[in-house]
Unconditional design. Structure first.
Length: 253
């Protein structure tokens, strides 16, 4: 099984080295790593050139935002399975992609996903939030649940069959896509109870209160367009509780 990993970046010279290293150190042998850069003006591409000896494809051109860049990566991918690792994220152990490949092979699922840890920007050994996911059941998205997108690995044929990211969503296209695949498309899925990704705090969605509001409004619009219905009380109530628990829980050592 060939796994395509897509990294979208823009002016990421300070963090992309960790991303590249974590992919390069994976002990799984059949990986395609694709870099989609949005015409960075810093040393991002220089870091890719020096630290990305394993990288298969690099594209650097103007895009219409992060989801447009992700769609470009999907179009370039040739693997059986596609995953994303952002330029400020990294895999916490060398066996992550081997575990993912094993999960696909043993389950036969269309998608697999796992857990994620938010870590401090300047001290990645310090966990701030632990996002423990769960097996999917229909209706869970309406209750504020979704898998952590950086841990969401999907067979390439699913993108061909059900479509890529909807560019009308500026912040919430990843959630709309996962809801479209799981709630509407009902693709087969498998939960991996393991931390698959470490993400630095300070991402686009949580960078400001206005971004949080925008994302939730986009989620509502996406759910209604998908015919899922939407209740603010049910969605936000469950979401607030689950987010609070992320600050309390810690992954098993």
């Amino acid at each position: 099984m060939k796994i395509s990993i897509i990294t979208v970046c823009y002016n990421s010279e300070k963090t992309i080295g960790d991303t590249l290293l974590s992919v390069r150190q994976q002990n799984y042998g059949n990986i395609e790593h694709i870099i989609v850069d949005g015409l960075s003006t810093d040393r991002t591409l220089a870091v890719v050139a020096t630290e990305g000896s394993h990288v298969n494809k690099v594209v650097s051109e103007k895009d219409k935002g992060i989801y447009d860049a992700m769609n470009k990566g999907i179009a370039l991918a040739t693997g059986d399975v596609i995953g994303f690792i952002n330029a400020d994220d990294f895999y916490p152990s060398p066996d992550v992609l081997a575990v993912v490949a094993s999960a696909f092979e043993s389950s036969g699922a269309d998608c697999c996903y796992g857990d994620l840890c938010y870590v401090q920007q300047d001290n990645v050994a310090k966990t701030v939030r632990y996002w423990r996911s769960a097996p999917f059941a229909p209706g869970m998205f309406g209750r504020g649940w979704c898998p952590p997108h950086p841990t969401f690995f999907v067979r390439r044929e699913v993108y061909s069959r059900l479509g890529s990211f909807d560019l009308s969503f500026k912040i919430g296209a990843d959630i709309e896509l996962m809801a479209r695949y799981l709630e509407v498309g009902r693709i087969s899925n498998h939960y991996i109870p393991k931390v698959l990704v470490h993400m630095r705090m300070g991402g686009t969605t949580n960078r400001s209160f206005s971004n949080i509001v925008t994302q939730n409004l986009e989620i509502r619009r996406g759910f209604l367009a998908l015919g899922l219905g939407f209740s603010w009380w049910r969605f936000m109530g469950n979401k607030v509780v689950s987010r609070a628990l992320q600050f309390v829980r810690r992954p098993a050592l």
